[in-house]
Design a protein around this ligand. Structure first.
Ligand SMILES: *Cc1c(COP(=O)(O)O)cnc(C)c1O
Length: 324
C-alpha cells in the first residue's frame, strides 16, 4: 500500500476570503474547501484524509463504499484508492444512471462500479463484502458520503480553522452557512462549536432531505461523536437545518439558482454547482433576506463539487435537465 504524502503531512488550512458582491448590507466571506489540493477538492477530501488513517492502520487491500457513481464522494474515494495502489469497489443505485465527469473519473481511477436497485443496497454490500473476505481479500468499508465519526472529525477540524481565523483577523462570524446532505459536515461543525465555543450560528441548507429526517440524522451523528459528553453539551438551538430551499429534492434546481451561480462566477470567479453549493449559496441569500439579517459577518463554506460545475455549464443560460 502506497502512502499519500498530503494526507500523511495533514491537509493545509483552507483560505477564508471576503466576497465582492452585495449581500444586503452583510459582509460575506467564503471558506474555500473546494481548493483542498486533492482530486478537485471539496469536503469529501477532508473526510477521505480521516478515513485514510483507518485504511493505513488496518491491513487492507481494498476500499468499498456506497454512493451514486456520479458523486463527489465516489470520485475522491476511488482516487484515494488509486493513489494508494489498492482496489476500489463502489456499490451504486441503478436508479441513478447519469454519466457525469465524476462517473468517468471513477472509471479512470480503475474503480469497480456495481449497480443494484436502491432497495437492495444493504444486502448487496453485505454479500459482496462476505464474498471478498471468503476470497482472502481485506476490504475497508466507508459509509456513503463519508458518513460516520471520521467524517465528523474532519469538520470539527475545519471549525477549529474558522476559530483560528477569527482570532487572527479580529472578526467574529455571526452566521456560518453550508450545504447539508448526509449531515456529517454539519455534525462536525456543530460538535466543533459545542466543544470549542464561538459565536457563529451554524445554518445547514438542506440540498435534499426534508427537515424532520435531515435534522435527526445530524443530531444522531453529533450524539455518536460526542458520546457521553452529548447530554452535557448539546442544545437544540445549536442545530439549524432548513429544508426551505431544497426544491423537490436532490439534484433539483431552478432558474433562480442558475442565475445566482452565474452571478457568483462573474463577480467572484468562484464556481458553484447546482446540486450542492450553488443551491446552498442561493438558499443562504434567500435566508438572509427572509430573516432580515443585516450588517452581519457571514461565512459560507464552499464544500466543493467543482466537476459538477462543468457538467451543468451548458445549462447555465438554458435551464437544462433537473431544472424545475
Ligand atoms: C457531499 C457534499 C455535501 C454535503 O456534505 P454532507 O457532509 O454529506 O452533509 C456538500 N457539498 C458538496 C460539494 C458535497 O460533495
Amino acid at each position: 500500500m502506497r502512502e499519500i504524502a498530503l494526507f500523511e503531512k495533514g491537509l493545509p488550512v483552507t483560505p477564508i476570503e471576503p466576497l465582492n458582491g452585495e449581500y444586503g448590507s452583510n459582509r460575506c466571506f467564503v471558506k474555500r474547501d473546494d481548493l483542498l489540493p486533492f482530486s478537485f477538492g471539496g469536503n469529501k477530501v477532508r473526510k477521505a484524509a480521516e478515513f485514510y488513517k483507518g485504511i493505513k492502520k488496518n491491513d487492507v487491500d481494498m476500499v468499498m463504499t456506497y454512493g451514486s457513481n456520479s458523486s463527489n464522494h465516489c470520485r475522491i474515494t476511488a482516487n484515494m484508492a488509486a493513489a494508494m495502489g489498492i482496489a476500489c469497489h463502489i456499490i451504486s443505485p441503478e436508479e441513478n444512471r447519469e454519466i457525469l465527469y465524476n462517473t468517468q473519473m471513477v472509471e479512470q481511477f480503475g474503480g469497480t462500479i456495481e449497480t443494484c436497485p436502491v432497495s437492495m443496497v444493504a444486502k448487496t454490500i453485505e454479500n459482496r463484502k462476505k464474498a471478498y473476505i471468503e476470497e482472502g481479500r481485506k476490504p475497508y468499508f466507508i459509509t456513503g458520503g463519508g458518513h460516520g465519526n471520521p467524517g465528523t472529525r474532519a469538520y470539527v477540524k475545519a471549525y477549529q480553522e474558522i476559530l483560528d481565523y477569527e482570532k487572527m483577523n479580529d472578526i467574529r462570524f455571526d452566521y456560518i452557512f453550508h450545504a447539508s446532505g448526509t449531515g456529517t459536515t454539519q455534525a462536525g461543525l456543530v460538535c466543533g462549536k459545542l466543544l470549542y465555543g464561538g459565536t457563529g450560528r451554524i445554518i445547514g441548507i438542506s440540498i435534499a432531505r426534508e427537515a424532520g429526517r435531515g435534522r435527526q440524522v445530524v443530531k444522531d451523528s453529533i450524539r455518536e461523536y460526542l458520546g457521553e459528553r452529548f447530554d452535557r453539551l448539546y442544545t437544540e438551538e445549536e442545530l439549524t437545518f432548513t429544508d426551505a430551499y431544497r426544491l423537490e429534492g436532490y439534484g433539483k434546481y431552478d432558474n433562480a439558482i442558475m442565475d445566482t451561480i452565474q452571478k457568483v462566477m462573474n463577480q467572484e470567479g468562484i464556481p458553484l454547482d447546482s446540486t450542492y453549493v450553488g443551491k446552498a449559496f442561493h438558499g443562504m441569500c434567500q435566508y438572509l433576506e427572509e430573516h432580515e439579517i443585516k450588517d452581519k459577518n457571514i461565512l459560507f463554506i464552499h464544500t466543493g463539487g467543482t466537476p459538477l460545475y462543468f457538467d451543468y455549464l451548458s445549462s447555465l443560460q438554458t435551464c437544462g435537465k433537473g431544472c424545475l
